[in-house]
Structures are given as C-alpha cells and as structure tokens.
Design a protein around this ligand. Structure first.
Ligand SMILES: C[S@@+](CC[C@H](N)C(=O)[O-])C[C@H]1O[C@@H](n2cnc3c(N)ncnc32)[C@H](O)[C@@H]1O
Length: 366
C-alpha cells in the first residue's frame, strides 16, 4: 500500500529541458502581459480608470475612443492578470499600486517605460538580425518613437525623486557649487535624452543654467516641449550635438553623463571632450550601470538585464560609427571606468557613496 510520502518521493524531478521550457513559458507570459500593459498606457485605459474612475467596457471604450470588442478583451485580460478587479456588474477598477506604476509618470514606482522597451526592440529586430551578420550598427531611429518614450520614462522617476534629495547630497562640493547664488553654475547634461535630469536640476537650483546635448533629434524636440511645460526654458537649452566631439560650449562647473557613456561609440573621446569643457575646479559625474566587478555567469537579475539590453539596444546603437569602441552596459565595471577615465586624461576617479540597485556613480576630476 503506497503512503502519501511514497507518492511525493515518486514524483519525477523535472528534467533540465523541462525547467528551461518552463522558464521560457514564463518569459513568454511576462512579455505578452507587458505588451498588454503597453496597450493600456498607449490607449489611455489606465489613465482613464484612474482619473475618471471605474468603468464598464462600454464606458471605457467610449471615454478612450477605442473599439468595444477589443476593450472588452483587454479588460478581461487585465483582470485575469491581476492588474484590474471586476465587480459583478462588470465594472473594472485599478488594483492597488497600478496608478503609481502605470499612470503617474513622476511616481518613484512608475514602470510604464518598461512596457515600451519590448515594442521598440521588436521594431528594430529585422535590422538587428542584419546587423549581427554585417557587423553594422543600428541607430536609435530604427527603434521608432517608442524607444524615445521608453528612455525618457525609465529614468524620469529617479530624476524626479532621487537626483536632488538623495544623490547630490552625497557629492557635497558639487551640490554646494550648484546652490551658490553668488556665482551661478553652468552645467552640461551629456547624452541628455529628453532632458528630465536637466529640467529637475534647473528647477532645484534656480541660479544655474543647463546645456543638454543629445544626438537624437526626436529626443531633443520632445525635451524642448517638456522644458517649456515645466517653465525652465530660460535656463535649460537642449541642443542636437555629438558629445564625442568638442562640445559647442565650455566653462562647465559640472558635466553629467547620465547612463549614456556605455552607449557611445567613442567613450574616451566623450570623456575627453567633457574634461576639456570644464571650468577650473569642475567635475564630471557619471551615472552608470551597477554591474558586478567581474563577469559573472550565470548572473543576477541586474546582470541579466544589462546583458540582454546590451545585445538588443546599447551595442548596436553604439556601433553606428566605424572604429566604434562601445563598451555596453555589461562591461562598464569600475575597473573599466578607471581605465576610460585615465585614458581621457582625468587624474582622479572616485565612486560616490550612493546605493542604488541599478546604478553606480563616479566623480572624475583633473
Ligand atoms: C540610455 S540614453 C540616456 C538618456 C538620458 N541621459 C536619460 O538618462 O534618460 C543614452 C542617450 O545617449 C544619446 N547618444 C548616443 N550617442 C550619442 C552621441 N554621440 N552624442 C550625443 N548623444 C548621444 C542617445 O541618443 C540617448 O538619448
């Protein structure tokens, strides 16, 4: 007679292939659910359920200008996925936490940018396959407008909530220089994207002026609209420029590279241009990926994310120029940063004591 214990012991352990297959199924599920979240952000469904309140499918479709049948299906999917609740009267409401993660773009928990990564990568996939064969790069424009949305939205919560109150106090000299009203500081935001860091810096330090440079025209165009909306147009100037070449202006007290050095085809040239653009006593602050000190395989989730983003996003975008020396997010480790900094002529590099799961901060001087 078999006991319950025997039955448990008889359960076959999953084979390695079953485990990998199960993992891939969960990743397929996660991708499909994330793409449904993209629909909810893009079509304004989450925003409407938050701003105008719970709704039936007919009401939400009417409010959002969407087709009823598709809206019904999306609402059912969201309820099954656990992001919405549904009442007996078929009225749908946001679950706790969804407003902060998928509606409020300034919330520290906003994750809507993540929903835009996969669609942007998907658009570039044919070019990526060709690039893997040819060795060419794939420019940001091949990833479409969703790529600009993703990049802007991913880091914005940190700039809105942490840059001024949590990070800059860890570099007191830089913070004091920015706050000095007697000698208004000049700041460069290199690889500024859509400019959220520039905007936040200008808001927090009312005497400074910020020049934000980025190669991508769409990012600069959107950024200029955000700058105007936030009322800092007189002190934030966003401009299309290649930061691997001598910068259009100089005399900067602080030059920031916010998560862009690893993307650049010529990181040393960019650091050198930044160094030459500094005013006496100025510093360069680099925010880069918080990857392990050495290559680790298999890696933790941060390492895995950086490795996956590297193949699909950063390396191809950084290989758009001949002779590219793009580093990528997986290899921008402290020892590599030290070498880049020394080669670019800096005499000192220190790691700033800011604890963050994704980022490590460096201060370069000299
Ligand atoms: C990962 S994004 C970071 C954007 C922004 N700093 C942020 O944190 O949201 C990297 C940025 O570097 C810009 N970039 C890449 N190569 C560049 C170059 N040679 N000159 C100027 N910007 C460049 C890209 O267009 C992109 O906006």
């Amino acid at each position: 007679m078999s006991t319950m214990l025997d039955q448990v012991e008889e359960t076959p352990t999953p084979s390695a292939a079953e485990e990998v297959s199960g993992r891939l199924f969960l990743q397929t599920l996660a991708t499909a659910e994330l793409l449904n979240a993209y629909l909810g952000v893009e079509l304004g469904f989450y925003r409407s359920l938050s701003k105008d309140g719970p709704a039936t499918a007919a009401v939400l479709a009417e409010r959002s200008g969407a087709d009823l049948r598709y809206t019904q299906e999306w609402l059912a999917q969201q309820a099954v996925a656990g992001l919405l609740t549904v009442s007996e009267e078929a009225v749908f409401s946001l679950c706790d936490g969804v407003h902060e993660t998928l509606v409020d773009e300034t919330s520290p928990f906003y994750a809507g940018g993540m929903a835009y990564i996969a669609p942007a990568m998907g658009r570039a996939l044919p070019s990526l396959v060709a690039a893997f064969r040819s060795g060419d790069g794939v420019p940001l424009t091949s990833y479409g407008a969703d790529a600009v949305t993703a990049q802007g939205a991913l880091n914005r919560p940190a700039y809105e909530n942490s840059l001024i109150d949590e990070w800059l106090p860890q570099v007191p000299e830089v913070q004091a220089r920015l706050a000095d009203s007697t000698r208004p500081a000049r700041v460069a935001d290199l690889g500024a994207g859509v400019g959220w860091a520039s905007i936040r810096l200008a808001e927090a330090f009312p005497h400074i002026s910020v020049d934000g440079y980025d190669l991508d025209e769409e990012s600069i165009a959107r950024g200029r609209r955000y700058v105007a909306d936030r009322g800092v147009a007189g002190r934030v100037d966003l401009e299309v420029a290649d930061i691997t070449r001598p910068l259009p202006r100089d005399g900067y007290d602080v030059a920031f590279f916010f998560e862009c050095l690893h993307d650049l085809p010529h990181p040393v040239a960019a650091l050198e241009a930044a160094r030459r653009s500094l005013a006496p006593g100025g510093s360069v602050i680099v925010m880069e990926e918080n990857v392990a000190e050495n290559f680790t395989a298999p890696g933790d989730e941060v390492e895995r994310f950086m490795a996956a983003a590297g193949t699909l996003w950063c390396i191809p975008q950084g290989r758009t120029e001949t002779g590219s020396e793009v580093v990528g997010p997986l290899e921008i480790r402290p020892a590599r940063m030290q070498r880049l900094s020394e080669t670019a002529g800096f005499t000192s590099l220190e790691i700033v004591p800011i604890e963050h799961p994704f980022w490590r901060f460096y201060r370069l001087q000299g």
